[in-house]
Write a protein that binds this ligand. Structure first.
Ligand code: CTP
Ligand code: MG
Length: 388
Protein backbone atom coordinates (compact mmCIF):
# COMPACT_ATOMS: atom_id res chain seq x y z
CA UNK A 1 0.00 0.00 0.00
CA UNK A 2 1.56 3.27 -1.12
CA UNK A 3 1.11 5.63 1.80
CA UNK A 4 4.45 7.46 2.30
CA UNK A 5 4.61 11.09 1.18
CA UNK A 6 8.08 12.62 0.94
CA UNK A 7 8.51 16.39 1.07
CA UNK A 8 11.91 17.43 -0.22
CA UNK A 9 12.78 21.01 0.71
CA UNK A 10 15.03 22.59 -1.86
CA UNK A 11 13.83 26.19 -1.87
CA UNK A 12 16.76 27.74 0.03
CA UNK A 13 19.17 30.10 -1.66
CA UNK A 14 22.37 28.58 -0.27
CA UNK A 15 23.82 31.88 0.98
CA UNK A 16 26.50 30.21 3.08
CA UNK A 17 27.60 27.96 0.20
CA UNK A 18 27.89 31.03 -1.99
CA UNK A 19 27.69 29.19 -5.32
CA UNK A 20 25.70 31.94 -7.04
CA UNK A 21 22.85 29.48 -7.74
CA UNK A 22 20.34 27.84 -5.37
CA UNK A 23 22.12 25.22 -3.28
CA UNK A 24 19.88 22.36 -4.43
CA UNK A 25 21.08 22.94 -8.03
CA UNK A 26 24.77 22.84 -7.16
CA UNK A 27 26.66 20.01 -8.82
CA UNK A 28 27.92 17.09 -6.75
CA UNK A 29 29.67 14.25 -8.63
CA UNK A 30 27.89 15.07 -11.88
CA UNK A 31 24.37 15.67 -10.57
CA UNK A 32 22.58 18.51 -8.76
CA UNK A 33 22.28 18.00 -4.99
CA UNK A 34 18.51 17.53 -5.06
CA UNK A 35 18.79 14.79 -7.70
CA UNK A 36 20.98 12.76 -5.33
CA UNK A 37 18.31 13.08 -2.65
CA UNK A 38 15.55 12.27 -5.13
CA UNK A 39 17.28 9.07 -6.24
CA UNK A 40 17.46 7.79 -2.64
CA UNK A 41 13.84 8.77 -2.08
CA UNK A 42 12.52 6.96 -5.14
CA UNK A 43 13.73 3.62 -3.76
CA UNK A 44 11.77 4.09 -0.50
CA UNK A 45 9.15 1.33 -0.09
CA UNK A 46 5.46 2.29 -0.25
CA UNK A 47 6.22 5.68 -1.76
CA UNK A 48 3.03 7.65 -2.46
CA UNK A 49 4.25 10.96 -3.89
CA UNK A 50 7.26 13.28 -3.79
CA UNK A 51 6.68 17.02 -3.46
CA UNK A 52 9.74 19.23 -3.95
CA UNK A 53 9.69 22.82 -2.69
CA UNK A 54 11.85 24.88 -5.07
CA UNK A 55 12.79 28.57 -5.34
CA UNK A 56 9.89 30.18 -7.21
CA UNK A 57 12.17 31.81 -9.82
CA UNK A 58 14.05 28.57 -10.58
CA UNK A 59 11.12 26.28 -11.31
CA UNK A 60 12.40 25.64 -14.85
CA UNK A 61 15.78 24.40 -13.60
CA UNK A 62 14.15 21.67 -11.49
CA UNK A 63 11.29 20.69 -13.80
CA UNK A 64 13.17 18.45 -16.31
CA UNK A 65 14.76 16.35 -13.55
CA UNK A 66 11.44 16.00 -11.69
CA UNK A 67 9.73 14.97 -14.93
CA UNK A 68 12.41 12.36 -15.63
CA UNK A 69 11.81 10.65 -12.28
CA UNK A 70 8.04 11.04 -12.22
CA UNK A 71 6.04 7.89 -13.05
CA UNK A 72 2.47 6.63 -13.10
CA UNK A 73 3.11 5.03 -9.70
CA UNK A 74 4.98 7.88 -8.03
CA UNK A 75 4.39 11.37 -9.14
CA UNK A 76 7.15 13.93 -8.50
CA UNK A 77 5.72 17.44 -8.30
CA UNK A 78 7.19 20.89 -7.70
CA UNK A 79 5.82 23.67 -5.57
CA UNK A 80 7.17 27.18 -5.01
CA UNK A 81 8.87 27.39 -1.62
CA UNK A 82 8.38 30.17 0.89
CA UNK A 83 10.47 32.71 2.76
CA UNK A 84 11.42 30.18 5.44
CA UNK A 85 12.01 26.45 5.51
CA UNK A 86 8.84 26.10 7.55
CA UNK A 87 6.81 28.00 4.95
CA UNK A 88 8.31 25.88 2.15
CA UNK A 89 7.08 22.72 3.89
CA UNK A 90 3.64 24.25 4.55
CA UNK A 91 3.39 25.00 0.81
CA UNK A 92 4.39 21.42 -0.04
CA UNK A 93 1.88 19.88 2.37
CA UNK A 94 -0.84 22.07 0.88
CA UNK A 95 -0.37 20.66 -2.65
CA UNK A 96 0.23 16.99 -1.75
CA UNK A 97 -2.42 14.55 -2.95
CA UNK A 98 -4.61 13.23 -0.16
CA UNK A 99 -4.45 9.61 0.94
CA UNK A 100 -0.97 9.30 2.48
CA UNK A 101 -0.48 8.14 6.07
CA UNK A 102 3.17 8.92 6.74
CA UNK A 103 5.05 12.09 5.80
CA UNK A 104 8.84 12.20 5.64
CA UNK A 105 10.39 15.67 5.38
CA UNK A 106 13.92 15.89 4.03
CA UNK A 107 16.46 18.64 3.28
CA UNK A 108 17.84 18.55 -0.26
CA UNK A 109 21.02 19.86 1.39
CA UNK A 110 21.42 16.39 2.99
CA UNK A 111 21.98 15.00 -0.46
CA UNK A 112 23.70 11.79 0.59
CA UNK A 113 21.14 10.41 3.04
CA UNK A 114 20.55 6.77 2.08
CA UNK A 115 17.30 5.03 1.24
CA UNK A 116 17.95 2.89 4.34
CA UNK A 117 17.71 6.00 6.53
CA UNK A 118 14.34 6.93 4.99
CA UNK A 119 13.17 3.35 5.60
CA UNK A 120 14.39 3.40 9.21
CA UNK A 121 12.53 6.63 9.94
CA UNK A 122 9.37 5.53 8.06
CA UNK A 123 9.23 2.15 9.85
CA UNK A 124 9.65 3.81 13.24
CA UNK A 125 6.72 6.14 12.49
CA UNK A 126 4.60 3.16 11.45
CA UNK A 127 5.47 1.20 14.61
CA UNK A 128 5.32 4.02 17.16
CA UNK A 129 2.75 6.42 15.77
CA UNK A 130 5.06 9.18 17.04
CA UNK A 131 7.18 11.77 15.27
CA UNK A 132 10.62 10.32 14.42
CA UNK A 133 13.91 12.18 14.33
CA UNK A 134 17.20 10.65 13.13
CA UNK A 135 20.02 11.74 15.45
CA UNK A 136 23.74 11.33 16.00
CA UNK A 137 25.50 11.56 19.35
CA UNK A 138 27.66 14.60 20.05
CA UNK A 139 31.29 13.50 20.18
CA UNK A 140 33.00 16.83 20.84
CA UNK A 141 33.26 18.48 24.24
CA UNK A 142 30.70 21.29 24.20
CA UNK A 143 31.21 24.65 25.90
CA UNK A 144 28.84 27.35 26.96
CA UNK A 145 30.33 30.74 26.13
CA UNK A 146 29.59 34.47 26.31
CA UNK A 147 31.62 36.03 23.52
CA UNK A 148 35.22 34.87 24.20
CA UNK A 149 34.52 33.96 27.78
CA UNK A 150 33.97 30.26 28.46
CA UNK A 151 31.26 29.91 31.10
CA UNK A 152 30.86 26.17 31.46
CA UNK A 153 31.24 22.69 29.95
CA UNK A 154 27.90 21.26 28.87
CA UNK A 155 27.10 17.64 29.72
CA UNK A 156 26.83 16.09 26.27
CA UNK A 157 25.25 12.81 27.44
CA UNK A 158 21.80 14.14 26.64
CA UNK A 159 22.71 16.10 23.52
CA UNK A 160 21.91 14.86 20.00
CA UNK A 161 22.57 16.19 16.51
CA UNK A 162 19.28 16.39 14.56
CA UNK A 163 19.16 15.24 10.95
CA UNK A 164 16.54 14.65 8.26
CA UNK A 165 14.49 12.84 6.98
CA UNK A 166 12.13 13.38 9.88
CA UNK A 167 8.92 11.33 9.84
CA UNK A 168 5.41 11.88 11.17
CA UNK A 169 1.91 10.45 10.94
CA UNK A 170 0.52 12.64 8.12
CA UNK A 171 -2.68 13.76 9.87
CA UNK A 172 -0.76 14.76 13.00
CA UNK A 173 1.87 16.69 11.04
CA UNK A 174 -0.83 18.62 9.15
CA UNK A 175 -2.46 19.48 12.49
CA UNK A 176 0.87 20.61 13.95
CA UNK A 177 1.52 22.82 10.91
CA UNK A 178 -1.99 24.30 11.17
CA UNK A 179 -1.32 25.08 14.82
CA UNK A 180 2.08 26.65 14.05
CA UNK A 181 0.48 28.85 11.38
CA UNK A 182 -1.49 30.56 14.14
CA UNK A 183 1.75 31.83 15.68
CA UNK A 184 3.63 33.11 12.63
CA UNK A 185 6.12 35.04 14.78
CA UNK A 186 7.63 31.73 16.00
CA UNK A 187 9.84 30.06 13.41
CA UNK A 188 10.97 26.45 13.62
CA UNK A 189 14.14 25.32 11.85
CA UNK A 190 13.14 21.67 11.86
CA UNK A 191 9.89 19.75 11.88
CA UNK A 192 10.44 17.78 15.06
CA UNK A 193 10.59 21.03 17.07
CA UNK A 194 7.38 22.31 15.43
CA UNK A 195 5.77 18.93 16.13
CA UNK A 196 6.91 18.83 19.79
CA UNK A 197 5.74 22.42 20.29
CA UNK A 198 2.23 21.29 19.36
CA UNK A 199 2.33 18.85 22.26
CA UNK A 200 3.05 15.74 20.20
CA UNK A 201 5.66 13.10 20.96
CA UNK A 202 8.93 12.73 19.08
CA UNK A 203 11.26 9.75 19.40
CA UNK A 204 14.69 9.27 17.86
CA UNK A 205 16.34 6.65 15.68
CA UNK A 206 20.01 6.47 14.85
CA UNK A 207 21.00 8.83 12.04
CA UNK A 208 23.71 8.51 9.44
CA UNK A 209 27.08 10.26 9.17
CA UNK A 210 26.74 10.75 5.42
CA UNK A 211 23.36 12.45 5.86
CA UNK A 212 25.25 15.56 7.04
CA UNK A 213 23.96 18.90 5.79
CA UNK A 214 25.95 20.52 3.02
CA UNK A 215 26.10 24.13 4.17
CA UNK A 216 29.52 25.54 3.29
CA UNK A 217 32.17 24.93 0.61
CA UNK A 218 34.20 22.56 2.83
CA UNK A 219 31.01 20.49 3.31
CA UNK A 220 30.60 20.28 -0.45
CA UNK A 221 34.26 19.25 -0.82
CA UNK A 222 33.76 16.53 1.82
CA UNK A 223 30.71 15.25 -0.06
CA UNK A 224 32.67 15.27 -3.32
CA UNK A 225 35.45 13.34 -1.61
CA UNK A 226 32.97 10.65 -0.66
CA UNK A 227 32.16 10.09 -4.33
CA UNK A 228 35.80 10.06 -5.37
CA UNK A 229 36.82 7.47 -2.83
CA UNK A 230 36.94 4.44 -5.14
CA UNK A 231 39.90 4.05 -7.48
CA UNK A 232 39.97 1.62 -10.41
CA UNK A 233 42.63 0.87 -13.04
CA UNK A 234 42.17 -0.52 -16.52
CA UNK A 235 44.38 -1.66 -19.38
CA UNK A 236 43.89 -1.38 -23.14
CA UNK A 237 45.98 -2.32 -26.16
CA UNK A 238 45.63 -1.70 -29.87
CA UNK A 239 47.63 -2.64 -32.95
CA UNK A 240 47.40 -1.24 -36.47
CA UNK A 241 49.47 -2.01 -39.56
CA UNK A 242 51.16 0.65 -41.67
CA UNK A 243 49.46 1.50 -44.99
CA UNK A 244 50.90 -0.72 -47.73
CA UNK A 245 51.10 2.25 -50.14
CA UNK A 246 53.27 4.21 -47.69
CA UNK A 247 50.92 7.22 -47.72
CA UNK A 248 51.37 10.01 -45.19
CA UNK A 249 50.58 11.54 -42.76
CA UNK A 250 50.19 9.36 -39.72
CA UNK A 251 47.35 10.16 -37.31
CA UNK A 252 48.28 9.10 -33.80
CA UNK A 253 47.37 10.44 -30.36
CA UNK A 254 44.88 12.76 -32.03
CA UNK A 255 47.48 14.68 -34.05
CA UNK A 256 49.16 14.51 -37.48
CA UNK A 257 52.72 13.21 -37.68
CA UNK A 258 53.63 14.74 -41.08
CA UNK A 259 56.65 12.64 -41.97
CA UNK A 260 55.39 9.26 -40.80
CA UNK A 261 53.45 6.58 -42.71
CA UNK A 262 49.70 6.31 -42.03
CA UNK A 263 48.14 3.37 -40.21
CA UNK A 264 45.37 1.25 -41.76
CA UNK A 265 42.08 0.81 -39.97
CA UNK A 266 38.33 0.99 -40.36
CA UNK A 267 38.47 4.23 -38.40
CA UNK A 268 41.52 6.52 -38.56
CA UNK A 269 43.75 3.78 -37.10
CA UNK A 270 44.75 5.90 -34.10
CA UNK A 271 46.15 3.08 -31.96
CA UNK A 272 46.93 5.44 -29.06
CA UNK A 273 43.39 6.82 -28.86
CA UNK A 274 41.90 3.33 -29.17
CA UNK A 275 44.14 1.86 -26.45
CA UNK A 276 43.20 4.78 -24.18
CA UNK A 277 39.49 4.18 -24.81
CA UNK A 278 39.84 0.48 -23.96
CA UNK A 279 41.79 1.26 -20.79
CA UNK A 280 39.12 3.73 -19.64
CA UNK A 281 36.24 1.38 -20.42
CA UNK A 282 38.03 -1.51 -18.71
CA UNK A 283 38.64 0.56 -15.58
CA UNK A 284 34.96 1.48 -15.38
CA UNK A 285 33.84 -2.08 -16.08
CA UNK A 286 31.99 -0.89 -19.17
CA UNK A 287 33.27 -3.42 -21.72
CA UNK A 288 35.48 -2.42 -24.62
CA UNK A 289 35.61 -0.23 -27.71
CA UNK A 290 34.05 -2.80 -30.05
CA UNK A 291 31.15 -3.52 -27.70
CA UNK A 292 30.35 0.15 -27.15
CA UNK A 293 31.09 1.75 -30.49
CA UNK A 294 31.02 -1.18 -32.96
CA UNK A 295 34.20 0.10 -34.61
CA UNK A 296 33.21 -1.73 -37.80
CA UNK A 297 29.86 0.09 -37.94
CA UNK A 298 29.48 2.30 -41.05
CA UNK A 299 29.05 5.52 -39.04
CA UNK A 300 32.53 5.03 -37.60
CA UNK A 301 34.27 4.61 -40.98
CA UNK A 302 37.25 6.98 -40.88
CA UNK A 303 36.11 8.26 -37.45
CA UNK A 304 38.79 10.08 -35.51
CA UNK A 305 39.97 8.77 -32.15
CA UNK A 306 38.48 11.91 -30.66
CA UNK A 307 34.95 10.62 -31.41
CA UNK A 308 35.56 7.46 -29.38
CA UNK A 309 37.24 9.33 -26.53
CA UNK A 310 34.35 11.77 -26.22
CA UNK A 311 31.80 8.95 -26.25
CA UNK A 312 33.81 7.07 -23.63
CA UNK A 313 34.07 10.08 -21.33
CA UNK A 314 30.29 10.54 -21.53
CA UNK A 315 29.76 6.89 -20.60
CA UNK A 316 32.16 7.18 -17.67
CA UNK A 317 30.59 10.40 -16.41
CA UNK A 318 27.08 8.96 -16.54
CA UNK A 319 28.32 6.08 -14.41
CA UNK A 320 29.86 8.43 -11.85
CA UNK A 321 33.51 8.05 -12.89
CA UNK A 322 36.12 10.67 -13.56
CA UNK A 323 39.58 10.16 -15.02
CA UNK A 324 42.66 10.70 -12.86
CA UNK A 325 45.38 9.95 -15.41
CA UNK A 326 46.32 7.79 -18.37
CA UNK A 327 49.70 6.38 -19.34
CA UNK A 328 50.43 5.12 -22.85
CA UNK A 329 53.38 3.23 -24.27
CA UNK A 330 53.91 2.90 -28.01
CA UNK A 331 55.75 -0.23 -29.20
CA UNK A 332 57.50 -0.27 -32.59
CA UNK A 333 60.42 1.14 -34.55
CA UNK A 334 58.47 4.08 -35.86
CA UNK A 335 57.20 6.69 -35.40
CA UNK A 336 59.95 8.39 -33.43
CA UNK A 337 58.07 9.74 -30.46
CA UNK A 338 60.59 12.11 -28.88
CA UNK A 339 60.13 15.09 -31.24
CA UNK A 340 56.33 14.82 -31.09
CA UNK A 341 55.90 13.81 -27.46
CA UNK A 342 54.99 17.24 -26.12
CA UNK A 343 52.37 17.86 -28.79
CA UNK A 344 50.93 14.34 -28.53
CA UNK A 345 50.68 14.49 -24.74
CA UNK A 346 49.11 17.96 -24.83
CA UNK A 347 46.50 16.87 -27.37
CA UNK A 348 45.57 13.68 -25.50
CA UNK A 349 45.51 15.52 -22.16
CA UNK A 350 43.10 18.06 -23.64
CA UNK A 351 40.86 15.33 -25.08
CA UNK A 352 40.78 13.20 -21.94
CA UNK A 353 40.61 16.09 -19.49
CA UNK A 354 43.28 14.51 -17.25
CA UNK A 355 47.06 14.06 -17.62
CA UNK A 356 48.04 11.66 -20.42
CA UNK A 357 51.71 10.70 -20.72
CA UNK A 358 53.17 8.94 -23.74
CA UNK A 359 56.34 6.81 -23.86
CA UNK A 360 57.80 4.47 -26.48
CA UNK A 361 59.92 1.38 -26.82
CA UNK A 362 61.11 -1.08 -29.50
CA UNK A 363 61.18 -4.89 -29.54
CA UNK A 364 64.87 -5.32 -30.28
CA UNK A 365 63.98 -6.14 -33.89
CA UNK A 366 61.73 -9.02 -32.94
CA UNK A 367 58.32 -9.79 -34.43
CA UNK A 368 55.92 -7.69 -36.49
CA UNK A 369 56.76 -4.57 -34.53
CA UNK A 370 60.49 -5.14 -35.01
CA UNK A 371 59.84 -5.56 -38.77
CA UNK A 372 58.09 -2.19 -38.88
CA UNK A 373 54.85 -3.81 -40.08
CA UNK A 374 52.82 -1.78 -37.63
CA UNK A 375 52.54 -0.11 -34.27
CA UNK A 376 51.15 -1.29 -30.93
CA UNK A 377 49.96 0.91 -28.08
CA UNK A 378 49.39 -0.15 -24.49
CA UNK A 379 47.50 2.16 -22.14
CA UNK A 380 46.62 2.09 -18.49
CA UNK A 381 44.02 4.36 -16.94
CA UNK A 382 43.26 5.33 -13.37
CA UNK A 383 39.72 6.48 -12.68
CA UNK A 384 37.90 7.49 -9.50
CA UNK A 385 34.28 7.52 -8.58
CA UNK A 386 31.58 6.18 -6.35
CA UNK A 387 31.45 2.45 -5.68
CA UNK A 388 28.00 1.42 -6.90
N1 CTP B 1 14.86 25.61 2.56
C1 CTP B 1 13.66 25.79 1.90
N2 CTP B 1 13.06 27.02 1.90
C2 CTP B 1 13.61 28.05 2.55
C3 CTP B 1 14.85 27.89 3.23
C4 CTP B 1 15.46 26.64 3.22
O1 CTP B 1 13.16 24.84 1.28
N3 CTP B 1 13.00 29.22 2.52
C5 CTP B 1 15.52 24.29 2.51
C6 CTP B 1 16.88 24.34 1.83
O2 CTP B 1 16.73 24.23 0.42
C7 CTP B 1 17.61 23.19 2.44
C8 CTP B 1 16.98 23.03 3.80
O3 CTP B 1 15.81 23.82 3.80
O4 CTP B 1 17.47 21.98 1.69
C9 CTP B 1 17.93 23.42 4.92
O5 CTP B 1 18.26 24.80 4.80
P1 CTP B 1 19.73 25.39 4.69
O6 CTP B 1 20.73 24.31 4.77
O7 CTP B 1 19.80 26.56 5.60
O8 CTP B 1 19.76 25.86 3.15
P2 CTP B 1 19.73 27.33 2.58
O9 CTP B 1 18.72 28.14 3.29
O10 CTP B 1 19.57 27.19 1.10
O11 CTP B 1 21.20 27.83 2.88
P3 CTP B 1 21.65 29.21 3.57
O12 CTP B 1 20.96 29.25 4.92
O13 CTP B 1 23.12 29.13 3.64
O14 CTP B 1 21.16 30.31 2.65
MG1 MG C 1 18.96 28.56 5.49
Amino acid sequence: MRDVLVVLVAAGSGTRLGAGIPKALVNLAGKPLFEHALQSILAVPNLFQVVIAVPADHHQDFAPVAARYSSADVNVVLVAGGETRQQSIANALAVAQSGHKITLVHDAARAMASTALFERVGSAVRESGAGVLPVLPVVDTIKLAQAELIIDTVDRTHLRIAQTPQGFPSVELAAAYAQAAKLPEVEYTDDSSLYSASGRQVISVIGEAKAFKITTQPDLAAAEQHFQSTLRTGIGTDVHRFAADGRKPLILAGIEWPNEVALEGHSDGDAVAHAVVDALLAAAGLGDIGGNFGVDRPEYAGASGEVFIRGTLELLASNGWSVQNVSVQLIGNRPKVAPMREAAQARMTALVGAPVTIGATTTDGLGFLGNSEGVAAVATALISGSAK
